[in-house]
Design a protein around this ligand. Structure first.
Ligand code: PMP
Ligand code: GLU
Length: 392
């Protein structure tokens, strides 16, 4: 009964681990969930009020496939003011979360067998979405030694006549690395010169701690012309459940994606869209407060690993993840290293991490610090206890 596509899909491991943890917690288990990448803050009050008002005002009917016109204008203004990139409202398509933005983009651009270059470690859903859209994933390994930054040299080795898209996720899930403007410029100019599409997933753009964020289409007109910009409000204003994402592209591509979306989902939820106008216009202070808290947590975690010296990390510069190197534990755990690490630590110490294998790197596990300081501290102490026991 199942199609080849359906049989080949692995459900999102990040979502399934988190559901399992919630289930165990509801049964009274004392589990610390450092698995899912979901802000631990509630959605800001002003956004919630705007959502309630939208219901009261009966903004509950079908709208344009590309999204509410006022919202698309607000997104265009945000992109101009914050990122220095000029888009008009008709270049924006509002989607059901960034996941659908990526899906729309790939349906609109890939023909069967087209290759998508994906630097490792990559976010779990990319290869699955690429496969669902008929593309072929070609991974390019990046190294811990270079901070998991894709180099032009490595990229060049993987480009073929079939390369249609290169996906760049900046800041990165799962490593928290952030590209500098120069690093992006070198890679993206090379791609644009060859007519290759850059799929720029910038969903974590607001969560950067050390250096200013550079949005890919701001690099040059040529790069802008070849970029499909993916963004959304799930992470920056803690709106994961509202399902709010968007793309910014050429008008031609926007029209094609809106057409695709008109058949798939119609459009994103009208209540969410109305509330998102408030999120974009009135929540700067909320965002800054959340980012300041993530930074404190990041600093605490980096200090913890520096003092402990038990396992190694590359200090993250953005997002809310740390990628922990567990390669030194190979002789203590079974061959499926990151899976066995995650199941053992969950069993013995009741802490949930995500196995690196799901991001294409088995020598690592991902810890999310979208969790309270108390949970982070306890989680790290339990990690330390786990390693000490393992090595006994
Ligand atoms: N891109 C990255 C890198 C992510 O981590 C996520 C996590 N959810 C998404 C896209 C999808 O975001 P959304 O929840 O808005 O679909
Ligand atoms: N992107 C988040 C994560 O990586 C949320 C879960 C998901 O969408 O897969 O944990």
């Amino acid at each position: 009964m199942l199609s080849i596509k359906a049989k080949s899909i692995t459900p999102s491991i990040t979502m399934s681990i988190s559901s399992r943890v919630k289930e165990l917690k509801s049964q009274g288990e004392d589990i610390i969930n450092l698995s899912i990448g979901e802000p631990d803050f509630t959605t800001p009050e002003a956004i919630k009020k705007a959502g309630c008002k939208a219901i009261e005002d009966n903004i509950t009917k079908y709208d344009a496939a590309a999204g509410n016109a006022v919202l698309r204008q607000a997104i265009a203004e945000k992109l101009k003011d914050e990122n220095g990139v000029h888009y008009t409202a008709d270049q924006i398509v509002v989607t059901n979360g960034a996941k659908q933005a990526i899906t729309n983009a790939l349906i609109a651009t890939l023909d069967p067998g087209d290759e998508v270059i994906l630097p490792t470690p990559y976010w779990v859903s990319y290869p699955e979405i690429i496969a669902l859209c008929g593309g072929v994933t070609k991974v390019v390994k990046t190294d811990k030694a270079t901070g998991f930054i894709l180099t032009l040299e490595d990229l060049k080795k993987h480009i073929t006549a079939k390369t249609k898209v290169v996906l760049i996720n900046n800041p990165s899930n799962p490593t928290g690395n952030v590209y500098s403007q120069d690093e992006l410029s070198e890679i993206c100019t090379y791609l644009a010169d060859r007519g290759i599409i850059i799929l720029a997933d910038e969903i974590y753009e607001r969560i950067v701690f050390d250096e200013p964020f550079c949005s890919i289409p701001s690099i040059s007109q040529k790069v802008y012309d070849h970029t499909i910009l993916i963004n959304g409000l799930s992470k920056s204003v803690s709106m994961t459940g509202w399902r709010m994402g968007y793309t910014a592209t050429s008008q031609k591509l926007a029209k094609a994606m809106a057409g695709i979306q008109s058949h798939l989902t119609g459009h994103s939820c009208t209540i969410t869209q109305a509330a998102s106008i408030t999120a974009l216009k009135d929540c700067e202070n909320d965002i800054e407060e959340m980012v300041a808290i993530y930074k404190k947590r990041r600093d605490f975690i980096v200090r913890f690993f520096q003092d402990w010296k038990g396992l190694d990390i590359v200090p993250p510069k953005g997002a809310f993840y740390v990628f922990i190197d567990i390669s030194s534990l190979r002789s203590y755990l079974s061959e499926d290293l990151s899976m066995s690490f995650c199941s053992e630590i969950l069993e013995q110490q009741k802490v949930a991490f995500v196995p690196g294998i799901s991001f294409g790197e088995d020598d690592f596990v991902r810890m999310s610090y979208a969790a309270s300081m108390e949970d982070i501290e306890q989680g790290l102490n339990r990690l330390k206890a786990f390693i000490e026991n393992l090595k006994k």
